[in-house]
Design a protein around this ligand. Structure first.
Ligand code: MG
Length: 384
């Protein structure tokens, strides 16, 4: 029996992880954690019977505790609760699907407790890759990517010597605004930015896909996961999202992973690795496929991607600033407090004022996050 803890069980990755569990009778959910969505969490508890649950919001945790008093589940709250879910003795693998830098400490705690990590929280590697990857090697735990691109690269690398990687070809759909100029993006509203052409995902990541900041975060993540130089990662726009990423090797061979856009594949692969299993769902129909096309990303319009390469090259605390500024700005945009283009403008402003700390530890990373939020709060009047 594979015992699984899920951090972020009511989000897009969390609910699809539970669908994967439904198809695999030898998988069992033993602990669940959410931010504040207690209605779906209550249903999940009744269906999957975890021994432990956590609601970040203390008040909501109290409400849930009353509602599930008829069940033998322990309900915790706050960071202590997240850490308890991450380190629950029963669980063998922890799916980290929390959105944001809140995922860093539970991920490290889970690793230290000897758990494998099915990593769906980008922020962990973007901001703390220099801590996480050596720690995983030292502890002998697996970091199994759940993001579709990184899973694709991981699949392409099976049986290969990682020393022979020439380039990682990270594919991107280009998002809903591919082909537009900066001037044409001035009046984008929340609803426009939430319409992704291929993938159904959570709100934050859908906005990030539209700005290509998501791809920028993925570039930085790939650099750590596959131990390559950031300039060995090349973004290739492939608008149909049929190729989920590729690896070019020293001899010029390129291996790609293709499939329909279904996150259950990378989720299941992370949970069953190194085994590949049956997964119901649509299959690629090459005869019906009109074509697969490629182009270079437009780094002038989507200069958030260019800033990600800059942050990744400099390293230290700069990727944390990039990520924190984006988290802050996307929240403001979703609340309709700032215009669309302000998202990347805020990232750039925060990066320019930051004095980089080399090899920051976790407390310095979290301090940099707070400083970035405070800086943007002071200057956000510029965009209102
Ligand atoms: Mg992705």
């Amino acid at each position: 029996m594979k015992k699984i803890a899920i951090l972020g069980s009511t989000g897009s990755i969390g609910t699809q992880t539970l669908e994967v569990v439904d198809h695999n009778p030898d998988m069992q959910v033993t602990a669940l954690a959410v931010g504040s969505s207690i209605d779906p969490l209550e249903q999940q508890i009744r269906r999957y019977h975890p021994a432990l649950a956590c609601v970040w919001d203390e008040k909501k945790a109290g409400e849930l505790r009353v509602r599930v008093a008829d069940l033998p589940v322990r309900v915790l709250s706050g960071m202590d609760g997240l850490l308890a879910v991450a380190t629950q003795p029963e669980a063998q693998i922890v799916v980290t699907a929390l959105v944001g830098m809140i995922g860093i400490r539970p991920t490290i705690a889970a690793m230290e407790a000897g758990k494998d990590i099915a990593l769906a929280n980008k922020e962990t590697l973007v901001t703390a890759g220099h801590i996480i990857m050596p720690l995983a090697a030292k502890l002998g735990v697996h970091i199994l990517p759940v993001d579709s691109e990184h899973s694709a690269i991981f699949q392409c690398l099976q049986g290969e010597n990682r020393g022979t990687i020439a380039r990682i070809l990270l594919t991107a759909s280009g998002g809903p605004f591919r082909g537009r100029s900066l001037a044409q993006l001035r009046d984008v509203c929340v609803e426009d930015a939430l319409k992704h052409p291929n993938w159904a995902m959570g709100k934050k990541i859908t906005i990030d896909s539209s700005t290509m900041v998501n791809k920028g975060l993925e570039v930085m993540e790939a650099r750590w996961l596959f131990d390559v130089d950031i300039d060995q990662v090349q973004v290739v726009v492939q608008p149909q999202s049929v190729i989920h990423s590729m690896v070019e090797f020293a001899d010029g061979a390129v291996i790609a992973q293709l499939g329909t856009p279904d996150m259950k594949l990378p989720i299941q692969y992370a949970l069953t690795y190194p085994e590949r299993r049956d997964l119901p769902g649509k299959r690629l129909d090459f005869a019906a496929l009109a074509g697969i096309s490629f182009e270079n990303p437009d780094m002038e319009t989507f200069y958030g991607l260019r800033l990600a390469f800059e942050a990744g090259r400099r390293g230290g605390s700069l990727p944390t600033v990039y990520n924190a500024a984006n988290e802050y700005a996307v929240r403001k945009f979703l609340n309709r407090e700032i215009p669309y283009l302000a998202i990347v403008e805020m990232i750039e402003a925060a990066m320019r004022q930051h004095r980089v700390v080399d090899a920051p530890d976790v407390s310095q990373i979290l301090a940099t996050e707070q400083e970035t939020y405070e800086y943007l709060k002071r200057i956000e009047g510029r965009w209102k």
